[in-house]
Design a protein around this ligand. Sequence first.
Ligand SMILES: [Zn+2]
Length: 487
Amino acid sequence: MSIISFRTLFHRVLLMGVLALAVAGCAVNPVTGEQELMLVSEAQEVQLGNELYPNALWSGEGGGGEFRDPALKSYLSGVVMNIHRVSHRPNLPVDFAVQNTSVPNAWAIPGHVVMTRGLLAALDNEAEFAYVMGHEMGHVSARHSARQMTYSMLGQFLLTGAAVAMAGSEYSDAALTLGSAGAGLILLKFSRNDELEADRLGVQYMTRLGYDPRAALSAHRNLEKVSDQYARSIGQSRQESSFFSELLSSHPRTSIRVEEIQSIINQTPRVAISGDGTQRQRFQTAVANIRRVNAVYVNHYDKAVRSLEKNNAAEALSFVRQAIAQDPSQAPFYALYGNIMVKQNNLPEAERYFSKALSIDGNYQPALRGMGVIRYAGNRYSESVEYLQRSLKLFPQDPASNYFMGMNYYRTRSYRYAIGYLKPFSEAVPKHPGIHAILGQCYEAVGDYQSAYSQYTMQLKVAPNNDAGGLARSRSRAIEMQFAPKK
Ligand SMILES: [Zn+2]
């Protein structure tokens, strides 16, 4: 069992940093060849990447997990492996996945490189894909990612999306934690210099493989175009969208970048271009299916998610029905249907749809969580625990799975286990209106009155006027009485 709360992870990063400083101190940067201060060793980099990865793939409301299409994956992985071989750190392990979200994005952390469905569907050819992957892998090669991962931001950019959605208390809230886009995507913030260096590396790697470097320019234009389209599809301009304003604040504007890339291309020694330099034909054939599926997500599924977020379950249902009619092969469509049913308190129907999602993809985490929630609601605690364990294995930091896991143990009076899940949940969602009173009771039950008292105090800060607040007030008074100095 491994639940790593952010705080723990962050402390471990700090600790690793301190240890590494004591042992190593300086290391040679693989790209620049210069000595620089390195806070984590290569092995630690990969370990951190592996811990971060599943959470990044699922977190927030648009995490989406992996888009499953074995033929597509093997084709794109082949391209990624070619880039990896000509990169500065071919000794690192690397794994490629398509993330199942419409948000156009690509990211890499040590050991993993990812492109979203939304961006993949917008690229024109293999050379553009190779450039974007080369850019991302350039961040890893030049150890930008290692540097960023050691900063406190590691603890900030996950969970926040789901946290907002979990602001209620009972099981219906779990419905809100699935589906939409935006929050939770990895946004390692790189400096402008880092970005330019990654652009340069991307161009360098692609030309080593015989791609026409001008595809770097069209890749940037396509990224800008699809970002605009995406922002409009969620009813925002790119400037208004918090996701894109963050993205833009760390990424120089496309026009400036295109100029700079042009000069990078001019400085890059010419190498023989193979074929037409873009491999457009085989790329177009390979992505034809995901492009079609992506349109169904954008036109129906994403809209259903947004309707559900606005608590318009009827509208959400109509969109998700259209999505299923257009493409009955997508597990997320059925899981979203299930979540709408949970929202409407129709648990038998919810169960039917979660089962359907799992029959398509047995590792579709939100459906496993949904089954866990339904079992919990039906007081079938041990069955709920089984489903939630599977859910947490895929997505260790899922707030909702941690919450219901803890509540199963709370209801069966296994307080020590309950604390193990509810404590990380309360740290991820500190404004939850009832969690601190529940944790207070758990701590009292195991005889830790100091922690109990501090949880009750937090409850009184967060929500003093609900039932949980009332309980916190009377229990904290009782603890004060018990431990007051005797006269
Ligand atoms: Zn970048």
